[in-house]
Each structure stands twice: as structure tokens, then as C-alpha cells.
Design a protein around this ligand. Structure first.
Ligand SMILES: Cc1cc2nc3c(=O)[nH]c(=O)nc-3n(C[C@H](O)[C@H](O)[C@H](O)COP(=O)(O)O)c2cc1C
Length: 183
């Protein structure tokens, strides 16, 4: 069992990291790769559509290739994704835009006929109407291009802004998400 745990917070030691820790606890014994997107060198999509002509290769050579290889190797992907301005963080949006190359690539689809499970853990400071609406629309599209099945979307509102905010009220939901990925 290969698990890829991605932290898309711009703070490496915040609520998102701790939510991922709980999820991995729930997974138990596995090969785990953890990636902090903020540490990667991933350039903006140039919109050149080279990936369309070349059936999925990107003209830019940077850490995106390593991330794609990690997706391909994973059976379970857990994405820690805090809400920023009702959407995903800018580092994650950059990765998502670059994932257009996956849209034109048969590589992921051929190797993995929808066998990947994906859980999203989504901390947010506030709690208000439609807090996760745009966020989930963006992710839905992205998950399609990863050819994964989103088995859980754990919304974690009302955490406030502190690095050490208490995420324990969400422990049970996060562990359920881990168990669902193991089914
Ligand atoms: C630039 C920025 C924008 C944010 N926008 C929102 C928002 O729209 N809605 C919300 O509920 N929380 C928002 N937050 C709060 C974060 O989602 C929250 O603090 C989260 O716990 C951060 O995760 P972390 O501790 O892993 O960094 C924002 C935080 C930042 C830094």
C-alpha cells in the first residue's frame, strides 16, 4: 500500500499537517511519501498547450514530474488543503493548473484504471455559508484528471487562524476518511 500525503498549506507545521498526521495514524502500516508543496519548485502553467500536442508532456522541467511520479505510484492520496479566499491555496492552484498535462495524458489512466482513492482534509478558519463551494468545484475537476475516486472530503471549519488550533474535534472524521480509503 503506497500512500501519498500532500500538504498544500503555506505553513508546514499548522492544522493541515496535524490533520495529515491523524489520517496516516488511521492508515497504519504503509509505504508513505509526504510532500509539502511549498518546498517544491513548480512554475506556473504557461498556457502554451504543448501538453495537448504532445499527449501529456509539459514543456517545463521542474518538480512537477516528481509529483506526477508520486501520484502514479500511490494507491491512496490524502490531500491536506486549507481554504484560502474560499478556494485552494495558491501553491495548490499552481499544481492544479499544471495538471492540465494529465488531462491530455493516457499515462495515469492506463496504468491505473480508477484504482486510486483520495481523501481531502480541508481546514478553514471561519464558518459561513458556501465556505467550501468554490473550493470543492475546483477539486472535483482536479481529481478527475488524477483519475482518482474522492472517497472523503473532510471539512474542518471554525479552526481560527492559530498555528496550534485544536483539531481534535475532527479526529473521528479524519480516521473515518482513512478507513474509507482502505476499503
Ligand atoms: C491568505 C489566507 C486566506 C484565508 N482564507 C480563508 C477563507 O476564505 N475561509 C476560511 O475559512 N479560512 C481562511 N483562511 C484561514 C485558513 O484556512 C486556516 O487558518 C487554516 O487552518 C490554515 O491551515 P494551516 O494551519 O495548515 O496553515 C485563510 C488563511 C490565509 C493565510
Amino acid at each position: 500500500m503506497n500512500v501519498l500525503a500532500i500538504n498544500s498549506s503555506h505553513r508546514k507545521e499548522g492544522c493541515t499537517k496535524r490533520a495529515l498526521d491523524i489520517f496516516l495514524e488511521g492508515i497504519g502500516e504503509a509505504e508513505i511519501v509526504r510532500i509539502d508543496l511549498i518546498d517544491l519548485d513548480i512554475a506556473y502553467c504557461r498556457g502554451c498547450m504543448f501538453c495537448r500536442q504532445s499527449q501529456g508532456s509539459c514543456i517545463q522541467k521542474d518538480d512537477m514530474q516528481m509529483l506526477v511520479d508520486a501520484y502514479i505510484a500511490a494507491n491512496i492520496i490524502v490531500l491536506g488543503a486549507p481554504v484560502y479566499y474560499n478556494s485552494v491555496t495558491s501553491v495548490l492552484k499552481t499544481v492544479i493548473d499544471r495538471s492540465i498535462a494529465l488531462h491530455y495524458s493516457e499515462k495515469i489512466k492506463m496504468k491505473n484504471p480508477k484504482t486510486k482513492k483520495m481523501a481531502v482534509l480541508a481546514p478553514g478558519a471561519g464558518q459561513y455559508n458556501n465556505q467550501y463551494r468554490s473550493f470543492s468545484d475546483v477539486l472535483e475537476f482536479y481529481v478527475q484528471d488524477l483519475n482518482a475516486e474522492m472517497t472523503s472530503f473532510v471539512q474542518m471549519p471554525k479552526l481560527g487562524l492559530r498555528l496550534d488550533a485544536d483539531i481534535e474535534p475532527y479526529r473521528k472524521d479524519i480516521l473515518i476518511a482513512a478507513k474509507r480509503c482502505l476499503r
